[in-house]
Ligand binder design. Structure first.
Ligand code: LLP
Length: 419
């Protein structure tokens, strides 16, 4: 399910599954993130089932939305996890994840994080440099363990997405070149504390066409065949995440099409495919609900000032990202063009610019759509704003899955006096 049946109007009132969003706003206060459990489950299952024809492991990318209740939902559905920090490893294990279903990506894993991964016996480290491989080997030696490693290839493919979320061209910090991948695998093979399990890659996020994936998969296959011809046992092919979703008019490939093409491209290698989807699972399963504080007109422009800002939802400010905005109680009649902005003291603090929308007034609730991925996880306490609550709906029930932060949360750990 891609969001369409999840957030619907009934009698003019926006519902998440069977619960009126306005009712949750009354109980929980605003702003809050709201997720549909059914939409999360459906999106996970749809993606995972698309790969049913081949041995595979769907490792949900924790960074997209790491709420414990959501991770434990996916764990129950059989998901593995793609993590990028010790914190994410702790979240995944707190949600009951089997370490043998965890892959650890990231360009700068610290010694502490490597040790944590080794102690847990995770499925594999996706290694991004010679220096990192050296570190992992050293730590494995010190701890008397063997580390499973896959080398992350930077295939030098332009993914056609926002520059900030492109990761697989030669200009980027991620992974190593094809040549270096071969060299690192050869080196790992000689190291007694390293077990080379395969190769990995991730070329970017919110990718809406198959072409860059196809090019990447072809490169991965060539590497795999070369390594195998040298007698290496390449069991895992981790093709990363990156599949886009619809925010506005994008027409991304359907997960089934993505899977069909991936299987056609690399399925005959007989590798276990590892997948790291994030956005495609969580993105359209959540919204951010905010309340209008006031409206104002400034020298010809209309502003709708809401109680959520860039500290709650950074995507518009950081990437110029588009998110649909809907009134929680449908308003007919006159529309106007307005900027929907937060209360934060930054010009870049906006959720939507020049948006045609119904005329709203103080106290109205607005929903920022497609906010389930890279929403709450990017939130900060800038301007000393407590982070929002998170709520999950299933059918006609809802549950607070993260309480709103309070003032004491903001100053926890701070010294009250200087030296
Ligand atoms: N695997 C790795 C190694 C990644 O770096 C990422 C995302 C994923 C998987 C999941 O990618 P997805 O399937 O979600 O596209 N904050 C940005 C997105 C950053 C993505 C970073 N890496 C945004 O809000 O658009």
């Amino acid at each position: 399910m891609r969001g369409s049946r999840t957030f619907t109007y009934r009698g003019g009132s926006l519902h998440c599954e069977d619960v009126p969003v306005a009712e949750i706003a009354r109980k929980v206060g605003t702003p809050f993130y709201l997720y549909s459990q059914t939409a999360l489950e459906d999106a996970y299952r749809e993606f995972d089932r698309a790969f049913a024809a081949v041995p595979h492991l769907t490792c949900y990318a924790v960074k997209a939305n790491g709420n414990l209740a959501i991770l434990s939902l996916f764990r129950r559905l059989g998901a593995g996890f793609d993590i990028v920090s010790g914190g994410e490893l702790r979240r995944a294990t707190a949600a009951g994840a089997d370490p043998q279903r965890i892959v650890f990506s990231g360009v700068g894993k610290t010694v502490e994080e490597i040790d944590l991964g080794l102690r847990h016996g995770i499925l594999q480290f996706n290694v991004e440099s010679a220096a990192e491989m050296h570190m992992i080997e050293g730590r494995a030696q010190a701890l008397g363990r063997t580390a499973n490693v896959a080398v992350r290839v930077n295939p030098d493919v332009v993914p056609g997405t926002h520059p900030y979320i492109s990761t697989g061209t030669r200009r980027h910090k991620f992974g190593v070149s094809v040549e270096e991948t071969l060299a690192l695998c050869r080196r790992a093979r000689m190291a007694c504390r390293l077990r080379i399990t395969g190769i990995s890659c991730h070329i970017g996020s919110q990718i809406t066409s198959l072409a860059p994936f196809l090019l990447t998969w072809k490169r991965l296959k060539d590497i795999c065949l070369t390594l195998r011809s040298e007698g290496m046992d390449i069991r895992h092919l981790d093709i990363g995440g990156g599949l886009g979703i619809m925010y506005r008019e994008e027409v991304p490939p359907h997960p089934r099409e993505f899977a069909r093409e991936a299987i056609a491209a690399v399925g005959d290698l007989g590798c276990r495919l590892i997948l790291e989807p994030g956005r495609v699972i969580a993105g359209n399963a959540g919204i951010l609900v905010a309340r209008v504080i006031l409206t104002k007109k400034n020298q010809g422009r209309n502003f709708v000032v809401v109680d959520a800002g860039m500290s709650d939802m950074l995507r518009p400010s950081l990437y110029g990202a588009f998110h649909g905005i809907q009134a929680v109680t449908a308003r007919r009649g006159v529309k106007s063009i307005a900027d929907v902005v937060g209360p934060i003291c930054e010009t870049g603090d906006y959720l939507a610019l020049d948006r045609e929308m119904p005329v709203v007034k103080t106290g109205d609730c607005l929903a920022l759509m497609s906010a389930g991925a890279y929403g709450f996880v990017l939130a900060s306490n800038y301007n000393s704003r407590p982070r929002a609550a998170e709520v999950m709906v299933r059918g006609s029930r809802y549950k607070l899955i993260r309480r709103r932060e309070r003032y004491p949360d903001l100053v926890r750990g701070e010294a009250r006096r200087p030296l």
